[in-house]
Design a protein around this ligand. Structure first.
Ligand code: CA
Length: 335
């Protein structure tokens, strides 16, 4: 999501970057580790394992062992807060640069001067529109009907759209990503020059999240781009837009579907959702047309008034179209 929400593993294609810098201390010994499962763009499982390179840094030599640009980042982010700086140094001294993150994000292709491969719309849409996702959405919608009703009443966002977003993002919490969030943001923050500012900002936000939400950053896992939880919020969006929708006194997008439902609606409302308006239409509501030939659908579709609000969640036409089309399957929930 947001910010550009790279919220999700879904769809943001990156383009155009020059060289990469590796903040790894040049003399540090390396070992190769493997972890269990990984998910690529759009939450699709792409291979059985992740290869990552772990930089071995002695436990108490963090400050001196960290690359100068990482130390500079910590100084900027922590300011005069010594405890925060210490925590950041401690965690980042154990951070890994993950090669697979550079591949999935497009950073590696950009570094080679290549364009990221675009997925044809007619191949992209079935990932989200084919079973079992629609059935999973209807089951999730029935289970959390009260939370959806309250979200729609409070924020004016249709239940079908909330259901479609959580479905596209994580298949209702089934695919939230197995990348360690600190490692993902560290990798992109210090090896992807064109997006470094954004990802370093998100890396700083994740430490704020640790303090405010009581989440241990080293136990936090999500997409290759740093998005987390049921709705795949980036850390900055978690801090800015997530809500305590079940009223238990804490905001938990990692484990609580009810908070996720409210937070998706709150996010879309804050970004200009127009109640009563559609996201897509079979009527020509705009010049942005998706032909049946392009989409593989039975009919042409057009972007409508809320189409660009969905793109605030993920800045991709294909993503917004997928959400709109999946929401069409859930219209019964709007009644
Ligand atoms: Ca809550």
């Amino acid at each position: 999501m947001n910010c550009f929400k790279w919220m999700t593993a879904s769809a943001i294609l990156l383009s155009g970057c020059a060289s990469t810098q590796n903040p790894t201390p040049p003399t540090a010994p390396k070992v190769t580790m493997r972890t269990a499962v990984e998910f690529g763009t759009d939450g699709v499982k792409v291979s059985p394992s992740i290869e990552l390179t772990k930089v071995l840094v002695p436990a108490n030599s963090a400050s001196s062992a960290l690359p100068s640009e990482v130390n500079a980042f910590i100084n900027r982010a922590a300011g005069s807060d010594a405890a925060k700086a210490q925590r950041m140094r401690s965690v980042l001294s154990r951070a890994n640069t993950i090669d697979r993150v550079l591949s999935l994000s497009g950073a590696k292709a950009e570094a080679k001067g290549e364009k990221p491969k675009a997925i044809p719309t007619r191949d992209y849409l079935p990932r989200f529109l084919s079973e079992p996702r629609p059935t999973q959405g209807r089951e999730f919608g029935s289970q959390y009907r009260d939370a959806l009703n309250r979200a729609t009443a409070t924020y004016g966002v249709p239940q079908s759209i909330i259901l479609a977003i959580i479905g596209v993002e994580t298949a209702y919490g089934r695919i939230t990503g197995n990348f360690k969030t600190v490692d993902a943001l560290y990798t992109l923050g210090f090896n992807f020059p064109r997006r470094a500012e954004f990802f370093q900002s998100e890396l700083a936000k994740v430490f704020e999240l640790e303090r405010k939400a009581g989440i241990d950053v080293e136990q936090l896992y999500g997409s290759f781009a740093g998005a987390i939880g049921y709705p795949q919020f980036m850390p900055s969006s978690y801090l800015a837009y997530a809500v305590d929708h079940n009223g238990d006194g804490r905001i938990d997008l990692l484990n609580d579907p009810v908070d996720a439902i409210g937070s998706v609606a709150a996010y879309l409302s804050a970004h200009g959702w127009k109640p009563g308006e559609a996201a897509i239409s079979q009527q020509p509501m705009s010049d942005k047309r998706f032909s049946a030939e392009e989409t593989g659908m039975a009919d042409d579709w057009y972007a409508a008034a809320n189409f660009n609000v969905i793109k605030r969640y993920n800045n991709s036409d294909k993503y917004a179209l997928a959400v709109g089309l999946l929401a069409e399957r859930f219209r019964v929930f709007n009644q």
